[in-house]
Design a protein around this ligand. Structure first.
Ligand SMILES: C[S@@+](CC[C@H](N)C(=O)[O-])C[C@H]1O[C@@H](n2cnc3c(N)ncnc32)[C@H](O)[C@@H]1O
Length: 268
């Protein structure tokens, strides 16, 4: 669950979609799109760390009308899974993939060509200095920003079990490891992005888009992913983490896990 295989992205997409339907009412994208589009018949969007296109599939119907998406990722296998275009009555989006390592070549992204820069489930991977550099580009190009599904550190199991707190602490520490962009922000990314965008004079709206997971397959993936990350973080905790994982897996048929996310819309 910490890698970005097509399988993991496919497993999480329905949960992302349900989570984002909770935030959609607070983030009025249709109104934002009308404003951003201005006189241009085509709304130009850049999606950073696009994966297989879940953010495109979520946002294109909500933005409406004609759209052109520049989809950026450093994984050619994920880019190969992108459609050339998607459409439904009332909207269509053309897709242009670009293979780029954003940690090394952020300056190569043509921010000035877009009216909206977006990313979903990306900001927890990046460092504070990389986020600053991204927001400098956003401000210089005077584009809107929509950062979705940013983990914010909240996690709650129902029922709670011994070991939850320790595994979460180790998991959160693992999230802050370098993911290629320098020391990762993990659950602090959303709050920092909001503070920076506010300071830039952007109009910022935040809305929670939590995962509420009761489906056993996804619960198993979360439990196994959390246990693996916790053990990588502290191999000496093997016995306790192993026992936690066994207790949790035995309970998947009557468990609810809430993972906190924040969606952020910032308009210039
Ligand atoms: C958690 S996934 C999210 C994917 C997609 N946005 C979604 O919501 O399904 C993070 C994405 O960031 C991409 N990524 C990670 N590091 C990157 C880098 N240095 N440059 C470009 N993309 C990167 C991964 O390949 C992956 O597609």
């Amino acid at each position: 669950m910490t890698g970005f295989s097509t399988d993991w992205l496919a497993l999480r997409e329905p949960f992302d979609r349900t989570a984002r339907s909770a935030s959609a009412a607070l983030l009025d994208l249709q109104a934002a799109a009308v404003r951003l589009r201005g006189d241009d018949p085509v709304l130009h969007v850049i999606d950073l760390g696009c994966g297989t296109g879940a953010n495109l599939r979520e946002l294109a119907p909500r933005l409406g009308g004609a759209q052109q998406w520049l989809m950026v990722d450093d994984d050619p296998c994920l880019l190969a899974a992108l459609p050339e275009s998607i459409e439904a009555p009332g909207w269509h989006a053309n897709v242009r993939p670009i293979h780029l390592d954003l940690a090394l070549a952020l300056d190569a992204v043509p921010f000035e060509e877009a009216r909206l820069v977006t990313a979903s489930a990306l900001l927890d991977l990046v460092s504070a200095s990389w986020l600053d550099a991204l927001l400098d580009h956003v401000r210089a190009a005077n584009v809107a920003a929509l950062f979705a599904l940013n983990v914010d550190g909240r996690a709650a199991w129902e029922p709670g079990l011994a070991g939850d707190a320790e595994v979460h602490e180790l998991f959160a520490a693992h999230q802050r490891r370098d993911k290629g962009f320098g020391p990762a922000l993990g659950g602090e990314a959303a709050a920092l992005a909001v503070a920076r965008l506010d300071a830039m004079g952007y109009r910022v709206t935040q809305a929670q888009s939590d995962w509420c997971i009761e489906e056993p397959g996804m619960l198993r993936a979360m439990i196994e992913g959390m246990a693996d990350a916790a053990l990588e973080q502290d191999p000496s905790a093997q016995e306790r983490v192993g026992a936690w994982k066994a207790r949790r897996l035995a309970l998947v048929d009557r468990t609810c896990l809430r993972i906190g996310h924040l969606d952020i819309l910032a308009l210039p």
